[in-house]
Design a protein around this ligand. Structure first.
Ligand code: ADP
Ligand code: F6P
Length: 465
């Protein structure tokens, strides 16, 4: 059997008890633990000069990680990946900036990582590359003569062509993406945006089965929505329900309802709008004062990128203002915690809450939404209030779907969720558990790798013909 090589910028922490906040690390770790293989990427460390990869084996996963120099980190990660691509791909062109030197650094680091990986490769390896940091990675490997199958999965949205064109080197980036054998997206809308870019720009055409012919290559383009393991989550949520932090929250709430939100502290997550909609709900529904709190867990992320510093300040201001306006001596409306928690503990917190409040302005999938549903007690489940702009909205029809730019609608949805009769909650929960089980994390991985296997075999046959 071929060995699976996963490549991503962020690699999950190798030590127990160090939670990774981020859908990629969570999803890939769960998926890779079962198949075994190699996980190659950035160690998370800034070093004097990038050296040879450090190899560590934990269970059946071998971690091969490299440090980045300060210049590489600034240009490739902090710069082009997170100050250009991330905002533009999340439709925040107002926050995106472009710097040619940072883009040169992005290409340089991709080439450097490809060279490091090449030294570890065997002829039978299958390579699966993840996320926006590594769009040109296959092209770099091909230039080094690597002929192995290479697939790519984008965890974040792929923007419509008009939006993509705001990123100055868009054409070069898409040309690089065409060097993969399979391009996977979270939703069909993302897949369509890529196809539109190719077709409208006359770079190529799409034939049957999602095969794209462009820039002299033939590759498959499809949607593979990432999932979770709902039964394992349900079990963990139940088992951890009696842990100290969960008990502490339950006791502190003294019978009050809990609206629960968990996100990285990212402007794409719609946290400011979410707090303001909660404020509007409190204004509209004074009967709920003292009877419900919003618990927002949001660990800082990318805190050396300026736009992230600003969102943090704004949010702190909003939490303080709203609490100052409504708090009573024995009631704090918003509990705002800037920290990570062990994943199983988060699932137990989801289970003890009555509402999951997940309202990103734009999100590739949003695993938290799926985790929230999976964590619930089917006999007395909470209600999910979910943004229509999360990829997960396509798959969770039982959620109360809202437009996160409409504060009044979100406020009404909170009131409806808090007052929803048990039967309706049960029915909505059951409607969502089916699709969650059918499209779980192993389906995501297996569907992608099966397509990569087929396309790569066909490509080899064509090359040798
Ligand atoms: P993103 O990939 O943009 O961060 P997702 O919702 O897809 O968004 O994935 C986030 C993942 O990180 C989820 O699995 C979630 O449980 C985890 N996570 C988010 N916040 C925390 C936190 N405070 N502590 C631990 N894990 C977190
Ligand atoms: O998929 C979303 C994602 O951007 C991942 O690529 C990333 O690993 C995660 O969120 C967390 O961000 P970062 O790696 O920059 O800390």
């Amino acid at each position: 059997m071929s060995r699976l090589i996963v490549v991503s910028n962020r690699v999950a922490p190798t030590q127990e008890g160090r939670p990774a906040a981020g859908g990629l690390a969570i999803g890939v770790l769960d998926a890779l633990k079962e198949t075994g293989g190699v996980w190659f990427g950035w160690s998370g460390e800034i070093v004097g000069e990038a050296g040879e990869p450090v190899i560590e084996k934990h269970g059946n996963v071998t971690y091969a990680t490299v440090g980045l120099s300060r210049r590489d980190y600034d240009q490739y990660y902090r710069g082009f990946s997170n100050a250009t691509l991330w905002p533009a791909f999340h439709y925040r062109t107002d926050l995106a900036r472009y710097d040619r030197q940072e883009y040169a650094g992005y290409l340089r680091v991709n080439a450097m990582l490809a060279k490091q990986l090449k030294a570890l490769l065997k002829p039978d390896d299958i390579i699966w590359v993840h996320d926006y940091h590594l769009l040109p990675f296959a092209q770099c490997l091909r230039e080094l003569g690597v002929a192995n199958p290479i697939g790519f999965f984008l965890h974040i949205p792929f923007p419509v062509p008009e939006m993509l064109r705001t990123v100055p080197p868009h054409e070069e980036l898409v040309t690089g993406m065409c060097a993969y054998d399979v391009l996977g997206f979270q939703t069909d809308a993302d897949r369509q945006s890529f196809v539109d870019y190719i077709e409208r720009g006359h770079f190529g055409h799409v034939s049957e089965g999602g095969m794209v012919h462009a820039h002299g290559h033939m590759f498959k383009v499809a949607a593979y929505p990432i999932g979770v393991y709902p039964d394992a989550i349900a079990q963990a949520a139940q088992q951890f329900s009696d842990r100290k932090p969960v008990r502490a929250l339950r006791e502190a709430m003294r019978g009050r309802r809990v609206i629960m939100s968990v996100d990285r502290l990212d402007y794409s997550k719609g946290l400011v709008e979410r707090f303001q909609a909660f404020e509007r709900f409190l204004l509209n529904a004074p009967g709920w004062h003292g009877r419900v709190s919003l618990v927002q867990v949001a660990p800082p992320t990318r805190s050396d990128v300026q736009t992230y510093q600003r969102i943090r300040q704004t949010l702190e201001g909003e939490a303080g203002r709203i609490n100052g306006r409504f708090a009573q001596l024995d009631w704090t409306p918003i509990q705002y915690l800037n920290r990570k928690y062990e994943r199983n503990l988060l699932m137990a917190l989801f289970r003890m809450s009555q509402v999951g409040y997940v309202t990103p302005l734009r999100d590739g999938m949003n695993l938290v939404a799926k985790e929230y549903i999976a964590s619930q007690d089917p006999a007395d489940p909470g209600v999910l209030v979910l943004s229509q702009f999360a990829g997960a909205a396509e798959q969770l029809p039982g959620a109360l779907v809202v437009n996160p730019f409409d504060l009044s609608q979100m406020a009404e949805a909170l009131e409806r969720a808090l007052s929803m009769p048990l039967e309706e909650r049960q029915a909505r929960h059951a409607d969502m558990m089916g699709p969650l089980r059918e499209m779980d994390l192993s389906k995501w991985r297996d569907a992608f790798l099966a397509d990569l296997g087929h396309v790569a075999t066909a490509a080899t046959v064509t090359r040798n013909a």
